[in-house]
Structures are given as structure tokens and as C-alpha cells.
Design a protein around this ligand. Structure first.
Ligand code: NAX
Length: 324
């Protein structure tokens, strides 16, 4: 039997954490032959609720679940961890400016980056889900100088999957028939869902849908989907966010079979996005690594949107520069 891999979930008693833990323990993320140890990190007021989550996990008798650690100490939560899913974050309070939200979250992601640096596996793969996810990932990365900076990523896979769902509905084809979807930039309303390189059943997507629908319906629908879920459900996306986090780590670890997926990763100058931000690109994954898809033609419409979302990320960076 394979050696168990350690997976840390922060905010594990929250709604996304609750959806995540059970799917990871059942083998959906790392494979049906891969035992796991769950290391669940929370803050002190949520420790009772976390205990309840651990009790339920035990009661599932998952064959792959070898141990459960519950803690409010990041040094324990990240000890020897192979995968860190940073979900717990401070929500935006009434009247709180984005700038203040960034700073408040810096107080979480700075120390968590340091704890990862000091205690995690040297190959730890980090996925930040907690918002503002891209900049929180940047803060964690900056506080973990001994770890590979490329291993700090943020989640835009939910946006990617939302975009697939919208295009599938519009074209009447199953979303598995769609290739080449891209989310560029920030996980925020400035994100740019791009179908210019997309195909549906082998046919170029831009020729299957009219530009009016693409620009005035598809793009804003994907950008605003989170708000639409809150309006309908009275709570923010949880199961779909957990599912996207599982997709992100599964593909990174086990490979994407040549398929493009969107991951927010440290920019390396590709497509003119200069270093210093965690920006969502199309990537393919193989052998436990990801690679940004290269050589795509970018038209003026796309460039404008890619720059807009980059500028927002640079502003966010500026707002937290003392934490980097
Ligand atoms: P919840 O409020 O249900 O859960 C958050 C949990 O985090 C709470 O249990 C809280 O006690 C815990 N927490 C807070 N600070 C912590 C810390 N320092 N260490 C450990 N745990 C801590 O929120 P939930 O709906 O689960 O959402 C979690 C985060 O995901 C939010 O920031 C949310 O904005 C973000 N999202 C990101 C998405 C993405 O695509 N990147 C989509 C879904 C989601 O909105």
C-alpha cells in the first residue's frame, strides 16, 4: 500500500472545508489507491465545530483515511504536509474597504506562509481558496522563502468550471466536449473568461456563439456567478468551490491529460504579465508539475481585459507591500 500523504485544510469547520474533507478522505482528490492523513486547522472559537467534523469523518469509516489531526496551531497543522488547502480567511465585514480586507487577511496568510516554510514538506503544493485568493497566495509565498515559489497557487478553477457550464448550456453540448477554456487574471469580478481558443466538439467556439452573447452575457455571468449563487442560496458557493479545489489539486498532482485548466500561478512574464503577481493562466499538468500554455495569439479585446485584471492585482500587491 502507498504511504499516506498529508493534506492540510485551513478553515476546516467552515462550509467549504466541510465539503472538502469528506471528498478528500474518500479518495476523490489524490486517487482511490492513495491513503491520506487529514490535518484540519481552525481558530479557537471553531474548535468545537471542528471536533464535530472529525467525529463525522471517523463515522464514515473511509478506507483511505489513516489519521485526523485537529488543531488551532499552524505549526502543527502544516507539519510535514504534502498539500495545503488554505481556505480559512477573514470575510469582508460591513463597511470594510478592499484594502482593509487585504491587510486583515495578510495577518492570516503571512504567519501561515511562515509555518509552511518551517514545517511543511519541501515539495508542498499550496492552493489558496480564501479571498482575496491571488494576493493571499502572494503573501503566503513571500513568507516562505525556503519553499519553491512556483508551488504557491490560487484557485480560479471554480471560475473555469463555471465558464464551461455556461458554454455547454449555450451550445447544447456536454462540458466534457469543450477544450481550451481560459480564465485570465484575478479571482474577482475583473477576471477574464476567454473562449477565443476554445473548441466545442472540435469546432471553434467563437464561430458557434455570437459575439454579443459572449461579451454581454457570458463574460459578466461568469464574473458574477458567485454573487448569483449567494442571491439564490443565501450563502456563498461551497460544494462547487470544494469540487473545484479538488479538481485543481488532482490535476496538478496526477496530471491533466493534456487538457488545459486554469490555475492562478506566479507570473513568469508569459503573455507580457510581469513577475510579482499570482495570475490565472491556462496550464497543462504532468508529473506533479504545471506548465503555462505558450504561444497563444492575443487579440486587442483580450489584451485589454488581461491588462485590466493584471492592474487590479498590482494594486492589491501595492496595498500589502509591507507584508511581502
Ligand atoms: P466560512 O466562513 O464558512 O468558513 C471559513 C472558516 O475559516 C471558518 O470556520 C473560520 O473559523 C476559519 N478561519 C478563519 N480564520 C482562520 C485562520 N486564521 N486559520 C484557520 N481557519 C480560519 O467560509 P467559506 O464559505 O468556507 O469560504 C472560505 C473562503 O473561500 C472565503 O474567503 C471565501 O471568500 C472563499 N471563496 C473562494 C472561492 C474561489 O474560487 N477562490 C470561491 C468560494 C469562496 O467564496
Amino acid at each position: 500500500m502507498k504511504k499516506p500523504l498529508r493534506v492540510t485544510i485551513t478553515g476546516a469547520a467552515g462550509q467549504i472545508g466541510y465539503a472538502l474533507a469528506f471528498r478528500i478522505a474518500s479518495g476523490d482528490m489524490l486517487g482511490k489507491d492513495q491513503p491520506v492523513i487529514l490535518q484540519l486547522l481552525e481558530i479557537p472559537p471553531a474548535m468545537d465545530a471542528l471536533k464535530g467534523v472529525a467525529m463525522e469523518l471517523e463515522d464514515c469509516a473511509f478506507p483511505l483515511l489513516h489519521d485526523i489531526v485537529t488543531t488551532d496551531d499552524a505549526n502543527v497543522g502544516f507539519k510535514d504536509t504534502d498539500f495545503a488547502l488554505l481556505v480559512g480567511a477573514k470575510p469582508r465585514g460591513p463597511g470594510m474597504e478592499r484594502k482593509d480586507l487585504l491587510k486583515e487577511n495578510g495577518k492570516i496568510f503571512g504567519p501561515q506562509g511562515k509555518a509552511l516554510n518551517d514545517h511543511a514538506s519541501r515539495d508542498v503544493k499550496v492552493l489558496v481558496v480564501g479571498n482575496p485568493a491571488n494576493t493571499n497566495a502572494l503573501i503566503a509565498q513571500a513568507n516562505a522563502p525556503d519553499l519553491d515559489p512556483r508551488n504557491f497557487t490560487a484557485m480560479t478553477r471554480l471560475d473555469h468550471n463555471r465558464a464551461l457550464a455556461q458554454l455547454a448550456e449555450k451550445t447544447g453540448k456536454h462540458h466534457t466536449r469543450i477544450d481550451g477554456m481560459i480564465i485570465w487574471g484575478n479571482h474577482s469580478a475583473t477576471q477574464y473568461p476567454d473562449i477565443a481558443h476554445c473548441s466545442v466538439d472540435g469546432k471553434a467556439a467563437p464561430e458557434l456563439v455570437d459575439q454579443g452573447w459572449y461579451r454581454d452575457d457570458f463574460i459578466p455571468t461568469v464574473q458574477q456567478r458567485g454573487a448569483a449563487i449567494i442571491k439564490a442560496r443565501g450563502a456563498s458557493s461551497a460544494a462547487s468551490a470544494a469540487s473545484a479545489a479538488i479538481d485543481h489539486i488532482r490535476d496538478w498532482h496526477l496530471g491533466s491529460d493534456g487538457k488545459w485548466v486554469s490555475m492562478a500561478v506566479p507570473s513568469d512574464g508569459s503573455y507580457g504579465i510581469k513577475e510579482g503577481v499570482i495570475y490565472s493562466f491556462p496550464v497543462t499538468c504532468k508529473n506533479g508539475d504545471y506548465e503555462i500554455v505558450q504561444g497563444l495569439e492575443i487579440d486587442a479585446f483580450s489584451r485589454e481585459r488581461m491588462t485590466l485584471t493584471e492592474e487590479e492585482l498590482r494594486e492589491e500587491r501595492e496595498g500589502v507591500k509591507e507584508l511581502l
